[in-house]
Write a new protein. Sequence first.
Length: 99
Amino acid sequence: MSDNWADATEQFTIRRQPDADALMELSNNSFPLSRGLLIEFLLRESFAKFMHKLFPNRFSPSLFELVFDSTLSYTEILNSHQGWISKVKKSNEKFLAAL
């Protein structure tokens, strides 16, 4: 076993960078800024929580439950919610450009 901290730090960074990037993407683009999409977001989260509680083997937890309390990697969470993240990102960019 080596005690080379520089190599260990470099390898840790290489292995964790995809999750760090995914967490940044989730953080920046999970929550919508526009009123219309905010209503959809609240409905989606409520529906996901309700259905997961009733049918935990068929419905995954809500996006925020996954991010805050999950054994899944952030990359897996991002991949499973990519459609929503893309929709919010596009909407937020339009919203901010209009300011």
